[in-house]
Design a protein around this ligand. Sequence first.
Ligand SMILES: CC(C)(COP(=O)(O)OP(=O)(O)OC[C@H]1O[C@@H](n2cnc3c(N)ncnc32)[C@H](O)[C@@H]1OP(=O)(O)O)[C@@H](O)C(=O)NCCC(=O)NCCS
Length: 150
Amino acid sequence: MIIEILKETEIPTIAELEKASFSKPWSEHSIKSSFESVSCKFFTAKENGRIVGYIGLSVAADEGYILNVAVFPEQRGKGIGKALVKFLLEKYNNELSFLTLEVRPSNTAAVRLYNSFGFEKAGERKNYYSHPTENALLLTKYFNSVKENC
Ligand SMILES: CC(C)(COP(=O)(O)OP(=O)(O)OC[C@H]1O[C@@H](n2cnc3c(N)ncnc32)[C@H](O)[C@@H]1OP(=O)(O)O)[C@@H](O)C(=O)NCCC(=O)NCCS
């Protein structure tokens, strides 16, 4: 498996992956708008030249926000999600103070994935999600000891 930057021609495949993964998927148009934003970066995991997963990041100053991570259903449970998160952590370790994200508490696979990399609960957003309505769990991973030393 390789991980590389998303190409514009691959956006329709990411829209398919979104549809296969979320009850309120990002449209091709939304993905394209974010793709064109200088603050957003998207990476794909590929096997035999085919996209099997993706991860998106938005950066503001030294803060990173994971927009989404998804793996095609038939490819799940093979370490691809883990490889994508690990890739981001290693790539941005020296650039960012922390990485943060929102996740449904009921999304056991994602919560476990993030916890396994040391993301910790930083708060909750009430009724953040719809279809179905659910709070969002805010998870954050700090890259240095600033938080612990304060
Ligand atoms: C979350 C998601 C990206 C995980 O990708 P994946 O490639 O299947 O995950 P991996 O095989 O790399 O597993 C990594 C870890 O995630 C957790 N995990 C993955 N699938 C799991 C499941 N079905 N149940 C419980 N934990 C699970 C485990 O901790 C696992 O580590 P382990 O194998 O050492 O126990 C994938 O399930 C997905 O695309 N889900 C739909 C989209 C989504 O919900 N994205 C998250 C939005 S915040």
